[in-house]
Design a protein around this ligand. Structure first.
Ligand code: SAM
Length: 245
C-alpha cells in the first residue's frame, strides 16, 4: 500500500502503545463501539461462547491485555458468576477503569486485577484453565514470548483463545475497511484525544500482524496442539484456538 508506514523501533513500540491507552483509558469503551461500529461486542461474545466457561468456582481464567475488563466480565456472567478471572494488563489506567466497573457490577469477588507484562507473567506454571487475549497480542513486542508464557501458566488440558484483527479476504470489504481504518480511525482518535499519531500506529500494527495461517503456525511453535481459527466479519477479526495437551 502507499500509506507510508512510519518505521517504529522495537523499544519504542511498547512505549507508543502505553501512551495510547493511558490517554484513552476513560473513554476506551466508547471508542471501541465507535471504531468497530459495535462489532467488537459480537466478536467478544463469540469468544465467550467458544470458551464455554465452566460453572464452577474453581474454574480460573487469565485474560491478558484485559484492559477495562470487557472479556473477563462476559466470561464471569456466562459462568453464572461462578468462575474467577484474573485481568492482566501492562497499563494501570486501563485496569483502574476495569476495577471501578467491577465494583459497580458487583463482580469484585470474581476478579483480580494485575498490572504486568504479557511477556513476563507473574504466575506459577499450570495455574489456569484458560488464557484469553482480545485485541492485545498485536501490541506485545514479542509475540512468541507472550505465547510461551501463555503455555507455561496454563494447566494441562487448558485452552488458549486469541481474538485479533486479521486479514480481510473479501475483495470489496478490504477496500472499505482500508478507508475506514486508515482515515476514519486516526480522525476519531484525534477528536477524542487530540492526537492522531498513536492511532495511526495502532492501525499500522494491524497490517503488520501475521495473517490467519501464519499466526496459527506461530501458536503451534509455542507448543499448542489442535490449533484452529474462525474468521469473523470476513476476516476483519479472527479467533485462534489452541490447547495445552
Ligand atoms: N482486551 C480488551 C478489549 O478487548 O477490550 C483491551 C484491548 S486494548 C485494544 C489492548 C490492551 O493491551 C491495552 O489495555 C494495553 O495496555 C494492553 N497491552 C499492550 N501491551 C501489553 C503487554 N506487553 N502486556 C500486557 N498488556 C499489554
Amino acid at each position: 500500500t502507499s500509506y507510508g508506514f512510519r518505521q517504529v523501533a522495537e523499544g519504542e513500540k511498547q512505549h507508543l502503545v502505553n501512551d495510547v491507552f493511558h490517554k484513552v483509558a476513560k473513554r476506551y469503551d466508547i471508542m471501541n463501539d465507535v471504531m468497530s461500529g459495535g462489532l467488537h461486542r459480537l466478536w467478544k461474545d463469540a469468544l465467550v461462547t467458544t470458551l464455554n466457561p465452566r460453572k464452577d468456582p474453581s474454574y480460573k481464567v487469565l485474560d491478558v491485555a484485559g484492559g477495562t475488563g470487557d472479556i473477563a466480565f462476559r466470561i464471569i456472567e456466562a459462568s453464572g458468576r461462578k468462575a474467577h478471572a484474573t485481568v492482566l494488563d501492562i497499563n494501570g489506567s486501563m485496569l483502574a477503569v476495569g476495577a471501578e466497573r467491577a465494583q459497580k457490577k458487583g463482580l469484585s469477588d470474581n476478579l483480580t486485577f494485575v498490572e504486568a507484562n504479557a511477556e513476563e507473567l507473574p504466575f506459577q506454571p499450570n495455574s489456569f484453565d484458560a488464557y484469553t487475549i482480545a485485541f492485545g497480542i498485536r501490541n506485545v513486542p514479542h509475540i512468541d514470548v507472550a505465547l510461551s508464557e501463555a503455555y507455561r501458566v496454563l494447566k494441562r488440558g487448558g485452552r488458549l483463545l486469541v481474538l485479533e484483527f486479521s486479514e480481510v479476504g473479501l475483495p470489496l470489504l478490504d477496500r472499505v475497511y482500508d478507508e475506514w481504518s486508515f482515515k476514519a480511525i486516526p480522525q476519531f482518535g484525534k477528536m477524542i484525544t487530540g492526537d492522531s499519531e498513536p492511532y495511526q500506529y495502532l492501525v499500522e500494527s494491524i497490517r503488520k500482524f501475521p495473517n490467519q495461517e501464519n499466526f496459527a503456525a506461530i501458536i503451534r511453535q509455542a507448543g499448542f496442539s489442535r490449533v484452529t481459527y474462525t474468521n469473523y466479519t470476513g476476516g476483519i477479526a479472527a479467533l485462534h484456538s489452541g490447547w495445552k495437551l
